[in-house]
Ligand binder design. Structure first.
Ligand code: SF4
Length: 154
């Protein structure tokens, strides 16, 4: 039987609202199909128009993945003193910092706590919630240029 994951009894995390994960540094905020539909609907825009205004394509694994744009300050396009789309924020944002590669081992979690001041302190988050977040992040199907081109051909 495999060993129980080190986070089985939960880990501490409370967002400290430092905005580290939203601004002041380069990064990608990839969008799933559900994210694209939810957020474009929020702005009452067609997805194609939303992509044109708020998104960029990132070369990835021989293809291109859809990500939110960054401002010239390197803040996320939706950061303005807080997340402007918080209720509909992408799955990548909702599941942070419980991403599979950050929970690969105690060591990778310690690295995560060094970057995110909310990780490793605050509320005790259950092992079940952590597992569910990891699964959500892992299974999110990020929009690719090829997916959109294939859809247009149908
Ligand atoms: S969408 Fe919102 S939560 Fe996600 S990085 Fe941008 S500002 Fe932060």
């Amino acid at each position: 039987m495999p060993d129980a994951p080190f986070y089985r009894n939960g880990l501490r995390f409370s967002c400290s609202r430092c905005s580290f994960c939203c601004r002041a540094g380069p990064g990608f905020v990839f969008l799933s199909k559900a994210d694209l539909l939810n957020i474009s609907q929020r702005f009452d825009m067609m997805p194609d128009k939303f992509i044109q205004v708020y998104c960029r394509w990132i070369d990835w694994d021989g293809g291109a993945r859809l990500s939110l744009k960054e401002k010239t300050s390197l803040d996320c396009i939706f950061w303005k003193d807080a997340c402007l789309i918080y209720e509909d924020r992408p799955v990548q944002c909702r599941t942070y910092p419980f991403w599979a590669h950050m929970l690969d081992s105690k060591e990778t979690w310690i690295c995560a706590t060094e970057e995110c001041p909310g990780a490793g302190s605050g509320e005790l988050v259950s092992g079940e919630y952590i597992e569910a977040s990891m699964e959500l992040e892992r299974s999110a199907r990020i929009v690719t240029k090829k997916d959109l081109e294939d859809e247009r051909r149908i």
